[in-house]
Design a protein around this ligand. Structure first.
Ligand SMILES: N[C@@H](CCC(=O)N[C@@H](CS)C(=O)NCC(=O)O)C(=O)O
Length: 231
């Protein structure tokens, strides 16, 4: 580890405003863990956001916010890339090749703008046919990400190769919620027929040392989702 890394990893210099069920917050926690950065975690109540959150993210007022040396950063994927830029010496999160970096970023945008919104909309679908269509769309999206995995991982365990990379973090952060959707709807989104490689990848990802202690338990997320449905 570089001396500069040691200086910046003093715990109080890095604060994360977040909440345990948030997949976006999870991304930042995983990235910080990958770099062995110690941080203070501030659990936010989204029903009464702290002054610190409102001041730090005045545009969207959303979590996660990373505060590094008193300077705030917003948007999970931007924060993950910032973490990679700042704590250079530890395990790289972005691919080194410019084309591979661009491709990884392309798929993170697909996950955030298409795949996850479709998965979320399953809950709101009132008609059974509409629900089935949305589930099929998610399964198709995951099948595409299975092909991307085969290309990017080059026979290794993660999209990032031997180590967890940007795309692993972007998709893996949704695994807890994906399992909740599977349970609530009695369907499989990741399975042996559609996504055999991603099924094994998901297990590896959740067992990784940077992930296992911060990945929310499915049962706890399920309970939380029931309170969301009531509210
Ligand atoms: N695009 C944002 C999404 C962040 C987001 O949606 N955060 C949710 C929690 S999971 C939030 O803060 N919601 C509070 C609100 O919308 O008021 C990111 O990647 O950071």
């Amino acid at each position: 580890m570089h001396i500069s890394d040691m200086l910046v990893t003093m715990k109080s210099e890095v604060k994360l405003l977040g909440a345990w069920p948030s997949p976006y917050v999870l991304r930042v926690r995983i990235a910080l863990n990958m770099k062995s950065v110690k941080y203070d975690f501030h659990e936010e109540k989204l029903s009464s956001k702290s002054q610190l959150l409102l001041q730090s993210n005045p545009i969207y007022k959303k979590i996660p916010v990373l505060i590094h040396k008193d300077k705030p950063l917003c948007e999970s994927l931007i924060i993950v890339q910032y973490v990679d830029d700042v704590w250079l010496s530890a395990s790289p999160i972005l691919p080194s090749d410019p084309y591979d970096r661009a491709i990884a970023r392309f798929w993170t945008v697909y996950i955030d703008q298409t795949l996850y919104p479709t998965m979320r909309s399953i809950r709101g679908a009132s008609e059974e046919d509409e629900k089935k269509r949305l589930i099929e769309e998610v399964r198709k999206g995951l099948a595409m990400l299975e092909d991307v995995f085969k290309d990017s991982s080059k026979g290794k365990g993660f999209y990032g190769g031997d180590q967890i990379g940007l795309l692993d973090i972007a998709l893996g952060s949704f695994l807890g919620w994906l399992r909740v959707v599977e349970i609530i709807n009695g369907v499989k989104l990741l399975d042996q027929n559609n996504t055999p490689e991603l099924l094994k990848w998901a297990e590896r990802f959740c067992a990784h040392s940077a992930v296992k202690d911060v990945m929310p338990e499915t049962g706890r997320l399920l309970e939380f989702s029931k309170t969301l449905a009531k509210g």
